[in-house]
Design a protein around this ligand. Structure first.
Ligand code: AMP
Length: 450
C-alpha cells in the first residue's frame, strides 16, 4: 500500500513526499479513506501511530478541493500547547505546497497575535479548549464556517477536565459538519461523548500493542536506591540516540537530570514548574540533538513528539499499563525501532503483570553484567525502607505527580531532597561540554544514590 492509492490532491501528495513518508501507517490506511469520503470517524490510536497525518491529510485535501479560501473551515482541539504546536507543525510540513494557513490558540501567551492570525484568514485552527472558549466568549473567533471538527487525544482532554468546555465549544460549531475523534482508550465517558457528537461514525482501531511491535521491551529489576547508578551504567553500555527517561515525580526528574549532567551527559529535565520558554528550550534542544537525554514525568512529557527517540527508560514504573503504552509510544516511531527499558522494584510486580497482559507477551528480565546489585542501602538512610503495605497501594488512575503527601514516593522525595541534593557546578569547561556523551566515564558516579 502506498500513498498514491489515496488519490490525494497533487499539492497534498507533494507534502507527503517532502515529509519522506512512503508507506501509510495502519491508522492512516484505515482512517484516510472514510475521512476523505466525508464520514465521521472514531480513531482508537495513541501517539506514535501516525494519527496526526491521518486527519491532517484529508483536511488539507478538502481545502484544496475548492470552497471558500480564507475562512476558518477546520477546527482541531487538542489537550496541550505542545500537541497543538506539533499538529500545527505537521500541517505546515504536509501542507507546504497548499498555501493553507493554520494558527494555534492556547493560553499562557497574549490573545492579540492570535486574534491577528485569525483575522488574516487562518483556514485551520488548532486550539486548546480553555483559550478557545475565551475567544468564543469575546467573539474574536467565528466558527460558523467550520466543516471539520477534530477532537484529538479525547481521553486526555477528559482526564484533564475539559469535557464541559468541549461541549460548549461544540455548541458553537455548525451541526452540519464532519467530526473526527481520536483517543488512545475508550472509557465509558468517551463512548458516551462519541454517541453525542459523532454521526454514524466509522470506528478504526490500531491494535493497542501496534507501536510496540517496533519496540523491544526489557525489565531491569533493581533496588530503589541503585536506580541512578544503574541508569548511568546502562547508558554507558548502550548505543543510544535520544533517550527519554520517565520518573514518577517532578522533583526526581530534576535530580536525575542533574545527576546525569554531573556525570557528563547532555541532559535536561522537564518539570511542570518550568516557564513556557524554558520548557520550549528543553524540548527544542532535545528535538534538535542539543540534549541527548530528557528526563520527565508523564504529565510534563505529554504530547512530546520526537521521531528519533531510540530509548525510553522508565526509571520509575508508570501507574497504569495504559501510561506504559503511552510512554513507550514515544519510541519505535513509524518506520523506526526502539527500546523500552523499565526499572522494577519488588513493589512493581503487579504492574509488571498488567503490562505483560497488555503486550500479550512476557517481558524479558535483564541484569547488567558487571553492575554491583549488592551495594547496600546507605547507612542511616531510611528513605528506601519499604513503606507499610497500605501506603504502597496506588489508585490505578491516580496521576503520577498528583500523589498526596505521605505516600512512598512523596516521602522518598522529601528525605532525598534534604540529604543528597547534587551540588551545582557553576561552570563547566567547553572541553567537558564536548565530552562524547556515550563514552563518558561514569565510574565515579557508581552506586551514588539520589
Ligand atoms: P503521530 O502519531 O501522529 O504523533 O506520528 C508519529 C510520528 O510518525 C511523527 O513523527 C510523524 O512524522 C511520523 N509519521 C507519520 N506517518 C508516517 C508515515 N506514513 N511514514 C513515516 N513516518 C510517519
Amino acid at each position: 500500500m502506498e500513498f498514491n492509492k489515496f488519490d490525494l490532491h497533487p499539492n497534498v501528495a507533494a507534502g507527503v513526499k517532502a515529509a519522506g513518508y512512503v508507506t501509510p501507517t495502519p491508522i492512516q490506511v484505515q482512517a484516510i479513506p472514510p475521512v476523505l469520503n466525508g464520514q465521521d470517524v472514531m480513531g482508537l490510536a495513541q501517539t506514535g501511530t501516525g494519527k496526526t497525518a491521518a486527519f491532517v491529510l484529508p483536511i488539507l485535501n478538502r481545502l484544496m478541493q475548492g470552497g471558500q479560501r480564507g475562512k476558518l473551515r477546520a477546527l482541531i482541539i487538542a489537550p496541550t500547547r505542545e500537541l497543538s504546536e506539533q499538529i500545527h507543525e505537521a500541517i505546515g510540513n504536509l501542507g507546504k505546497q497548499t498555501r493553507v494557513r493554520s494558527a494555534t490558540i492556547y493560553g499562557g501567551v497574549g490573545m492579540g497575535p492570535q486574534i491577528q492570525k485569525l483575522r488574516n484568514g487562518a483556514e485551520i485552527v488548532v486550539a486548546c479548549p480553555g483559550r478557545l472558549l475565551d475567544h468564543i466568549n469575546q467573539r474574536t473567533i467565528n466558527l460558523s464556517n467550520v466543516e471539520v471538527l477534530v477532537l484529538d487525544e479525547a481521553d486526555r482532554m477528559f482526564d484533564m477536565g475539559f469535557l464541559p468546555d468541549i461541549k460548549k465549544i461544540i455548541s458553537h460549531v455548525p451541526a452540519k459538519r464532519q467530526t473526527l475523534m481520536f483517543s488512545a482508550t475508550m472509557p465509558d465517558d468517551i463512548r458516551r461523548l462519541t454517541q453525542e457528537v459523532l454521526h454514524a461514525p466509522v470506528t478504526v482501531q490500531v491494535d493497542h500493542t501496534a507501536p510496540a511491535n517496533t519496540v523491544t521491551h526489557a525489565l531491569y529489576p533493581v533496588e530503589q536506591h541503585l536506580k541512578t547508578a544503574l541508569l548511568l551504567e546502562l547508558l554507558k553500555h548502550t548505543d543510544t540516540d535520544s533517550v527519554l527517561v520517565f520518573t514518577r515525580t517532578k522533583h526526581r526528574a530534576k535530580r536525575v537530570g542533574q545527576q546525569l549532567e554531573k556525570s557528563g551527559y547532555k541532559a535536561v529535565s522537564l518539570q511542570g514548574n518550568l516557564s513556557q520558554n524554558k520548557r520550549q528550550e528543553a524540548l527544542d534542544g532535545f528535538r534538535k540533538g542539543k540534549y541527548q537525554v530528557l528526563v520527565a514525568t508523564d504529565i510534563a512529557a505529554r504530547g512530546i513528539d520526537v521521531s528519533s527517540i531510540s530509548h525510553v527508560i522508565n526509571y520509575d514504573m508508570p501507574d497504569t499499563a495504559d501510561a506504559y503504552t503511552h510512554r513507550i509510544g514515544r519510541t519505535g516511531r513509524a518506520a523506526k525501532t526502539g527500546d523500552a527499558f523499565t526499572f522494577t522494584t519488588r513493589e512493581d510486580n503487579e504492574m509488571v503483570r498488567a503490562i505483560e497482559r497488555v503486550l500479550r507477551e512476557k517481558v524479558e528480565r535483564r541484569t547488567l553484567e558487571g553492575f554491583n546489585y549488592k551495594t547496600p542501602t546507605p547507612a542511616r538512610d531510611t528513605e528506601f525502607a519499604r513503606p507499610p503495605r497500605e501506603q504502597q497501594r496506588r489508585s490505578p488512575h491516580a496521576s503520577a505527580s498528583a500523589k498526596p503527601k505521605g505516600t512512598y514516593a512523596g516521602r522518598t522525595e522529601t528525605r532525598t531532597a534534604g540529604k543528597s541534593e547534587v551540588k551545582k557546578t557553576s561552570w563547566r569547561s567547553p572541553a567537558a561540554r564536548r565530552f562524547s556523551w556515550s563514552k563518558v566515564d561514569n565510574n565515579r558516579a557508581h552506586n551514588q544514590v539520589i
